[in-house]
Ligand binder design. Structure first.
Ligand code: 4AD
Ligand code: MG
Length: 501
C-alpha cells in the first residue's frame, strides 16, 4: 500500500478521521497524564495531545521524553477545536521518535540578533521566519502571475558580465578564465536586447552590489525583477509598475492572512493602497516638500508623539511589574512576555527620538542635485498613505542609459518609494533609444564603447522607444511583511560582514 502523509495545513479536510503526520516538536508541556505537543511539519502548526490512558507504553515513554525540535511521527484522530491553532487538534494514538534532541540552541526566550543570524539555518524554523519565507514565496508567485497573465516572457540574463551598468563603484570583481568579470548588478542591458526580440520580457534573478553600506535596506546579494517593454514610455512604465505592486499586494493579502497575522503586520495600509492611486511627483516637487515648513512641523509632531507613546509604555511596565509578584503562573508568563515586548518598543522609540532630529536637519538642508538618503525617503513617504513615484531626476545623478527630457536637464527615471519608511523599492526609466545620444552618454561616463558595442547595436538596428524598471524583492518582502531589516527577508542573507552560514 502507498504510504500517505497528511500535512497540517490540510487537517481541516480530515476532521473525524485518522491521519499520519510527521514533524518536529515546536513546544511541549505535560500535565499529569497528558502531554501537549505543538508540532510543526513545515506546512503549519498543530496541537497534538497524548493521553497516557490511550496510547501504548512505548508511545507514552516517547512523549514524555520529547524536547524542542525532536523529530517525530504521529498517528492520531483529528478533531475540530476552534480554540486551537489552525482550528484542529490531534488526539494521538501512536507516537514514534525519529530523533530525540537534547539541547536545541534557540529556545523561546529572547536571543540577540547576532546569535540568531549565526544560527540562521535553525532560526528559519521559528514561526516569524517561517511566515516571512512563506510570504516571500507568495510575492514571487504573484509577480510571475502578474507578468505571465499579461503576455510577458521570463528571460534569464547572465551573472558573469564584462561591464558595469549601475556605476562602477559597486562591482564584485571575479576571475573568469584570466579575464576580469563582474557579478551582475542588474540584468537590464540584456533585458533590453531580449525586449527587442520578444516585446515584453521580465528577468527574475540574483544581482550583486558591493556597496559598503550597513543599513537595513542593503544586501550584497539580492533578487531583482526587471521587466523591459518595447514601445513603452515613462508614463506607461509607471502605470505598469503601479498595477504590478497593487496586484502583488492584493494577492498576498488574499492568500497569506495567517502568515501576516503571525508577523503581527497591521495590514490597513496595504489594503488602502490597492484601492487608491499612487502619488506621482517630480523630483523638484519632492525637494520642495523636504525643505518645507510643513515637513519640519510634521517631524516635530512625530517627536512629541514618540515621547508620549514611550511614557505610556513605561507606565504600563511599572503597573504590570508590580502585579507580577502576586500573579498566577499563567499571568506571570503573560506579563514577562509583555515586558519583553515593551522593552523592544521602547528601544525603538528611543532610537526614533535620536534619529528624527537628524532626519529633520537632512530634509531642511537638502539641496537640488543630490540623491535622496534613506531618511529623506522616509520623510517624503510619511506625508502620504500610498507609495510615492518620483520622476524627472537631475540627469547627473542617474545612470547613463536613461533618456532625458527635452531640456536635457532631467532624466526620465522613476523611483517608487514604499510607505511606512520602507523607501525605494523600484527604480526604472525610459531608455535612451537614440544612437548618437547613447554614444555620447557612454563617452561622458568614461565607459568603454567596445564593451558596450552589442548594447549600442540595439540603437542601430530597429531602435524603438522602450522602458523598464527593477523591483527589489527583499525590500518588497520587508515592506509587505512589516520587517524592520532586509536580513530577515531572504533565507541566507549576504551582506557586509555576513557570509555564513
Ligand atoms: O534602482 P536600481 O539600482 O535600478 C536598476 O538596477 C535598474 N537597472 C533597474 C531597471 O530599470 N531595470 O535597483 C532597483 C531596485 C531598487 O529600487 C531596490 O529595490 C533594489 O533594486 N536594490 C537593492 N535591494 C537590496 N539591497 C541592495 N543593495 C539594493 N540595491 C538595489
Ligand atoms: Mg535606484
Amino acid at each position: 500500500m502507498k504510504r500517505q502523509l497528511t500535512y497540517i495545513h490540510q487537517l481541516k479536510n480530515h476532521i473525524s478521521t485518522d491521519v499520519d503526520l510527521a514533524g518536529w516538536v515546536y513546544n511541549v508541556r505535560s500535565s499529569g497524564s497528558l502531554v501537549f505537543i505543538e508540532c510543526r511539519d513545515g506546512s503549519g502548526m498543530c496541537q497534538c495531545i497524548v493521553n497516557k490512558e490511550e496510547v501504548s507504553e512505548d508511545s507514552w515513554e516517547a512523549a514524555v521524553s520529547l524536547k524542542q525540535e525532536s523529530s517525530i511521527r504521529l498517528h492520531g484522530f483529528v478533531v475540530s477545536d476552534e480554540r486551537s491553532i489552525g482550528g484542529v487538534e490531534l488526539q494521538v494514538k501512536k507516537l514514534e521518535v525519529i530523533q530525540l534532541v537534547a539541547d536545541y540552541p534557540i529556545t523561546p526566550k529572547e536571543h540577540g540578533i547576532e546569535f540568531l543570524m549565526n544560527r540562521r539555518h535553525l532560526w528559519l524554523r521559528s514561526q516569524r521566519q517561517w511566515a516571512a519565507m512563506r510570504v516571500r514565496n507568495g510575492i514571487i508567485f504573484a509577480i510571475h502571475n502578474f507578468f505571465q497573465s499579461r503576455g510577458f516572457i521570463q528571460t534569464d540574463t547572465p551573472i558573469f558580465t564584462p561591464n558595469a551598468a549601475e556605476g562602477s563603484t559597486t562591482l564584485f570583481e571575479t576571475d573568469f578564465f584570466n579575464e576580469k568579470a563582474y557579478l551582475a548588478q542588474t540584468g537590464q542591458l540584456y533585458g533590453e536586447a531580449l525586449a527587442m526580440a520578444h516585446g515584453l520580457i521580465y528577468t527574475f534573478g540574483p544581482t550583486f552590489r558591493a556597496e559598503k553600506s550597513k543599513t537595513r535596506r542593503h544586501l550584497s546579494e539580492f533578487w531583482m525583477i526587471e521587466p523591459e517593454m518595447a514601445f513603452y514610455d515613462l508614463e506607461m512604465n509607471m502605470d505598469l509598475a503601479e498595477d504590478m505592486l497593487k496586484s502583488i499586494v492584493a494577492e498576498v493579502l488574499d492568500k497569506y492572512h495567517h502568515e501576516l497575522a503571525l508577523l503581527e503586520r497591521d495590514t490597513s495600509s496595504l489594503k488602502r493602497l490597492v484601492e487608491k492611486d499612487f502619488v506621482r511627483i517630480k523630483y523638484d516637487e519632492a525637494v520642495d516638500i523636504l525643505n518645507s515648513e510643513k515637513t519640519a512641523k510634521v517631524l516635530d509632531e512625530l517627536i512629541q508623539q514618540r515621547k508620549t507613546d514611550k511614557e505610556e509604555l513605561l507606565q504600563e511596565q511599572d503597573a504590570i511589574q508590580k502585579e507580577h509578584g502576586s500573579a498566577k503562573k499563567w499571568r506571570k508568563k503573560q506579563i514577562e512576555k509583555r515586558i519583553i515586548d515593551i522593552r523592544t518598543r521602547v528601544d525603538q522609540m528611543e532610537e526614533d527620538l535620536r534619529n528624527i532630529p537628524k532626519w529633520k536637519k537632512s530634509a531642511q538642508e537638502f539641496t537640488w542635485g543630490s540623491d535622496f538618503g534613506g531618511s529623506d525617503e522616509t520623510v517624503l513617504t510619511m506625508q502620504f498613505d500610498v507609495p510615492v513615484m518620483v520622476t524627472h531626476w537631475p540627469a547627473e545623478i542617474k545612470a547613463f542609459y536613461m533618456k532625458r527630457d527635452e531640456t536635457d536637464t532631467y532624466a526620465l527615471g522613476v523611483d517608487i518609494l514604499a510607505p511606512e519608511g520602507y523607501g525605494e523599492i523600484v527604480g526604472g526609466s525610459q531608455r535612451e533609444d537614440n544612437l548618437d545620444l547613447i554614444l555620447a552618454r557612454i563617452e561622458e561616463e568614461g565607459l568603454d564603447p567596445e564593451v558596450f558595442d552589442w548594447y549600442i547595436d540595439l540603437r542601430r538596428f530597429g531602435s524603438v522607444p522602450h522602458a523598464g524598471f527593477g523591483l527589489g524583492l527583499e525590500r518588497t518582502v520587508a515592506w509587505i511583511c512589516g520587517l524592520s531589516h532586509v536580513r530577515e527577508t531572504i533565507a541566507f542573507p549576504r551582506m557586509m560582514g555576513r557570509i555564513t552560514p
